[in-house]
Design a protein around this ligand. Structure first.
Ligand SMILES: Nc1ncnc2c1ncn2[C@@H]1O[C@H](COP(=O)(O)OP(=O)(O)OP(=O)(O)O)[C@@H](O)[C@H]1O
Length: 328
């Protein structure tokens, strides 16, 4: 099990105040954070930019030392037993970092594998099976600079698995990938947890990914935990509400009572906003999709509908809302 207990990380940076003056500034990136991840579990770590996700993942994967608090992996303190812990954890970041472009896929894996002190025969065996698992076996001798984005990302996955880690930290693993490759990768991540028993922490900006993969979600803001729950609960809490925006050329006052009756019957709220083009946006928030009934009402009163947009909040909206609530 991974146990993060009351962990904080403070970055100290030197700030220049003039030609001869500078002072140290402290930035609390992670603030008294505690959580656990069990084998076979996928935990989503969510938060707005700068919330402290990468710092948390870097500490769990021994790349950074906590300023205070403890992190235990399989009963080992990551600071006191960093060598042993390093051999059973790994981190995979989205994008195109952490690979040597001039080296082939095989050479990259050989290099990263050698850092874990794996024996030649074991390394050979692992490289061959990993390249097959990520579908790069026939491309294994091609320099990475000739790979597509999806191929590079698949190689990143193989690199992250080269030491057969029990604990895997995935930082935006599907960033920039097209839909089909991302889907394939999600299935693979699920398999790693559910069939191979790996404990996984995942950061992602995609709600679909979080819903599909995570057993539990942690939302952090300014380094502190603001919510910990099942992803379905997150969806139920925040994604119930539809926002319907109907743009019309006018809304006569006489229609207000009828709109109010219709919308309040459905426990919704509404407002009218005038636009720069001398038009009006009727904005309705309700759990039930009211598109049909409102369009019928407006059409019955001969109002010209110029545009209709119906949307649910995005993951970004939910995280922002959580952050706003905690700073209020
Ligand atoms: N090396 C560093 N030195 C100083 N401050 C840092 C350093 N790395 C991160 N920070 C600061 O720590 C805070 C948390 O950063 P972190 O990268 O962990 O956030 P994040 O949630 O991963 O953000 P993003 O979604 O943008 O990747 C931010 O305020 C950031 O500016």
């Amino acid at each position: 099990m991974l146990i993060v207990n009351d962990v904080s990380k403070i970055y100290r940076t030197k700030q220049r105040l003039g030609w001869f003056k500078s002072e140290w500034q402290e930035n609390i990136a992670v603030n008294n954070l505690s959580f656990k991840v069990e084998p076979g579990q996928i935990v989503g770590l969510l938060g707005i930019n700068g919330a402290g996700k990468t710092t948390t993942i870097k500490m769990c994967s021994t790349l950074l030392e906590p300023s205070s608090g403890t992190i235990f992996v399989d009963g080992m303190d990551i600071v006191k037993n960093d060598k042993k812990v390093k051999s059973i954890v790994n981190m995979i970041a989205g994008g195109e970092r952490m690979l040597y472009w001039k080296l082939t896929a095989k050479e990259n894996l050989r290099y990263f594998g050698s850092l874990y002190g794996l024996k030649e025969a074991e390394l050979d065996h692992r490289i061959t099976s990993l390249l097959r698992e990520v579908g790069l076996d026939i491309k294994s001798n091609i320099p990475v600079e000739q790979f597509s984005k999806g191929m590079k990302q698949r190689l990143q996955i193989a690199r992250g698995l080269i030491n057969n880690p029990k604990y895997l930290f995935l930082d935006e693993p599907t960033l920039g990938l097209d839909a089909s490759i991302a889907k394939h990768l999600r299935n693979y991540v699920k398999e790693l947890a559910k069939e191979k028993g790996k404990a996984i922490i995942l950061t992602s900006h995609y709600m679909k990914e979080v819903e599909e993969l995570c057993d539990e979600v942690l939302i952090i803001d300014k380094g502190s935990l603001v919510m910990q729950d099942k992803p379905e609960r997150l969806t139920n809490l925040f994604f119930k509400e539809n926002t319907l925006k109907i743009t019309v050329s006018e809304i006569p006052d006489s229609l207000h009572t009828k709109l109010n009756n219709e919308i309040s019957q459905n426990k919704g709220t509404w407002q009218i906003q005038s636009t720069d083009d001398d038009e009006y946006d009727l904005i309705i928030k309700s759990e039930k999709d009211m598109t049909n009934s409102i369009v019928s009402l407006l059409a019955y009163h001969n109002l010209r509908i110029l545009n209709i947009v119906s949307e649910k909040p995005s993951l970004e909206d939910v995280i922002l809302l959580m952050s706003e609530r905690t700073s209020a």
